[in-house]
Design a protein around this ligand. Structure first.
Ligand code: SAM
Length: 394
């Protein structure tokens, strides 16, 4: 095992985001060799894995394949894991956690597979070094991930540890915040690039406008994050990581510097003053507060700037919060708001309730499927031509 060895890198994401993830990976210059519903594969070494952790906006985890082998039983799994040279990767003073995804008739207890992998790792390190690493559920240190499908086991180093969709800027939460990776994908789906105004009424904790500001200024998303699983391995090349971060900072400054590129107005409003306070704090942590104009108001009072802007709303949809009857009225008012105040813009509603969406009363020009916390949702697009539109949805 060597960090400069090319191996398969599996990048995972949540359902509905794989096409956005694929585009991001390809834009970083990697060829995608295979894609599933929640992951893409490419070839690369540990330095590529580090770079992917730094730059990807829509991913969950970056997994580097250590070994793949045929396997029939938990004992065989233990033996084969124990044959791997873990002492070259993990210091006995470290802490290891094992994550498993098991889909094989051989075993129905995923916990047992995790225990067998953990035993194989610590027993090997104990034999080679005389001491054993601690292990448990915390994902802040070395994370090893097993996929056991049918008769094949794949053992990965999960180089991310905690999901990289957690960018570390959301210090203050409101009800029902969306994941940063989902917000980034929604912004990508609108075609936003920072040159057109973006308006996010109902912004909650600010995830959508913050992700938009990060993207508009090409800020590398993981620069705020200080901990990744790869840092806890013996392979960690700190000077190379610092050089990568410095390069990423330079890139962020090139477009994000206040004088060199200022995005068109980004406006974020919410009726809840606590949500706006939270959004401001989060934007400040993310370093984009100066790029977003915040206001407390009913969505319909949000000022719409001149130009062909994007209006993106994420109203409550009555499954986890909000009263359905009242929400019907809110969705109907969103339709009025689009017609009366947003002519010439493109409107988007992200919702998990299509019955409520019908109350908007405008024809959608596109409907994209996403998932939020396990709920199937749609990003609905509305072309808000200047002049009254007569189409009503039935
Ligand atoms: C589903 S949450 C948005 C979550 C947000 N995307 C995030 O990541 O935090 C819906 C938001 O709409 C706001 N809201 C509800 N009714 C509103 C209204 N009439 N005008 C403005 N905001 C409203 C709520 O205060 C809440 O923050």
């Amino acid at each position: 095992m060597n960090p400069k060895d090319k191996s398969t890198i599996l990048v995972t994401c949540s359902p509905g985001l794989v096409n956005y993830l694929r585009t991001e990976v390809e834009l970083l210059g990697y060829a995608v060799t295979a894609a599933g519903t929640v992951d893409v594969e490419l070839e690369g070494d540990m330095y590529d894995a580090m770079r992917l952790n730094l730059y990807l906006r829509t991913a969950y985890s970056v997994l580097y394949l250590l070994r793949s082998f045929p396997c029939d039983t938990p004992d065989e799994l233990y033996r084969k894991v124990r044959q791997m040279a873990w002492e070259e990767l993990i210091d006995p003073a470290e802490y290891v956690s094992v994550v498993t995804r098991v889909d094989t008739p051989t075993i129905d207890n995923t916990m047992f597979a995790a225990v067998r992998v953990k035993d194989g790792i610590v027993d090997r390190i104990l034999k080679q070094t005389g001491s054993r690493p601690n292990s448990g559920k915390e994902r802040d240190n070395v994370v090893v991930q097993l996929y056991w499908r049918g008769k094949t086991c794949k053992v990965y180093l999960n180089t991310s540890g905690r999901k990289i969709s957690d960018r570390s800027y959301r210090k203050t939460m409101t009800d029902a915040p969306m994941r940063e990776s989902l917000a980034a994908a929604l912004i990508m789906a609108t075609g936003y690039d920072g040159t057109q105004p973006l308006v996010c009424p109902m912004c909650g904790s600010g995830t959508l406008p913050i992700e938009a500001a990060l993207m508009a200024t090409r800020r590398v998303p993981a620069l705020l994050r200080s901990n990744f699983s790869f840092m806890h391995t013996k392979w960690f090349d700190e000077p190379a990581w610092q050089a990568m971060r410095a390069e990423a900072l330079k890139q962020s400054k090139k477009r994000g510097g206040k004088t060199e590129f200022t995005p068109a107005p980004i406006i974020a409003t919410d009726i809840d003053s606590w949500a706006i306070e939270a959004a401001k704090r989060n934007a400040q942590t993310a370093g984009v507060e100066h790029l977003i104009q915040f206001a407390v108001c009913d969505f319909a009072e949000t000022a719409i700037p001149e130009g062909q802007g994007i209006i993106l709303l994420n109203p409550e949809y009555g499954m986890r919060m909000g009263d359905v009857k009242q929400l019907e009225e809110t969705y109907a008012r969103i339709g009025d708001f689009f017609k009366q105040k947003c002519a010439g813009c493109t409107g988007y509603i992200f919702t998990g309730n299509l019955d409520l969406a019908k109350k908007v009363g405008l024809r959608t020009s596109r409907r994209l499927v996403f998932f939020n916390g396990g709920i199937e949702c749609r990003l609905l697009k509305y072309e808000l031509y200047a002049g009254t539109r007569k189409h009503r949805e039935c």
